[in-house]
Design a protein around this ligand. Sequence first.
Ligand code: NAD
Length: 346
Amino acid sequence: MIKVQADRLIPLVQQIFSRAGCHAPEDAQIARRLVESNLVGHDSHGVIRVAYYIDWLKKDMVRANQKVQTVFETDTLAVLDGQRGFGQSVGEQALDIAIAKAKKSALSVLVLRNTAHLGRIGDWPQMACEAGLCSLFFVNTSGFGLLVAPWGGIDRRLSANPVAAGVPVRNGTDIIYDISTSSIAEGKLKVAFNKGVDVPPGCIIDHDGNPTNDPKTFYGKPPGAILPFGGYKGYGLGIIAEMFAGALTGSGCSDPAAPHLINGLFALLIDPERIPNDIGFGHEVERFITFVKQSRKATPDSEVLMPGEIEARTKKQRLADGIELDDITWKSLCDCAQSLGVAVSI
Ligand SMILES: NC(=O)c1ccc[n+]([C@@H]2O[C@H](COP(=O)([O-])OP(=O)(O)OC[C@H]3O[C@@H](n4cnc5c(N)ncnc54)[C@H](O)[C@@H]3O)[C@@H](O)[C@H]2O)c1
């Protein structure tokens, strides 16, 4: 285990992507967003991804320095093609376009297809919140890396299909809801696998559908599957993510024939200030948060948190104390740096 400060980790990751062919600002965008995932506590979407991204770049599964292409647009709709570019870069470009439209027309719909891994989806509602917008996101994956069994089945048929939403809060932490519709994100299985620890019960099954807590079984031959969260309810939400982010965007629903990992993204952005509202949106959000938090506690040391609060706290703590990386993740990062001639001095 090694502890690294974010301001030392970002330049290292940036240099790796720069050396691999990503020009500014893309190298910095990838580095900042991957390290941000570690900072907010989602190590599964942090620098553990660097070696995979570099491998995909070498295999032309992701392309450096892409600009989103507009397929079709109206004042309120942007249908964009990510050109198989890095999600951290084309995602930001796409959000910039959708935010500008929502600011102008009170709302916008973003339909983004053909984009490589978009990372931690919570980044995107956070970006919308920073522009004062409420947002809702559905994301799916092409099917390269099917993970999740359908409710009632045991074979991998869906991806982890994240659903995210953001609500700006005037005098507090923005509400950022960001979940995968699987009972555990695959990246978290990877982290557990690297650490050699079990995952919580009820998350994964082996190839024959038997429950297991061992991530090695999930990655075994033949492989297991992840269960949807919340039984048939989470399964249903995963299906809706496929419909909006896969079928509606033209990115395609999960299909084992897919040659690359592609994320499809559907987003709805709304400017709350443009909706006539007698009670006042910002005031009502704050009143409700206070009301919810005044609930009696389930146990003496439990706490009622809003979605997004735990990430904001973890970020504050990790900015101060540093980010802990397991030995396998750190070695993969160092190997990657070395293979590209980047010196590691942390
Ligand atoms: N790009 C992709 O294809 C892809 C696919 C799957 C997942 N992901 C990402 O993986 C990450 C992890 O997903 P996950 O499902 O493991 O997340 P998770 O189970 O950790 O849930 C995170 C959500 O739950 C909230 N939360 C956590 N503890 C809470 C508490 N005590 N009280 C109230 N709210 C609480 C968080 O604020 C956050 O909104 C996400 O960032 C997701 O976007 C990305």
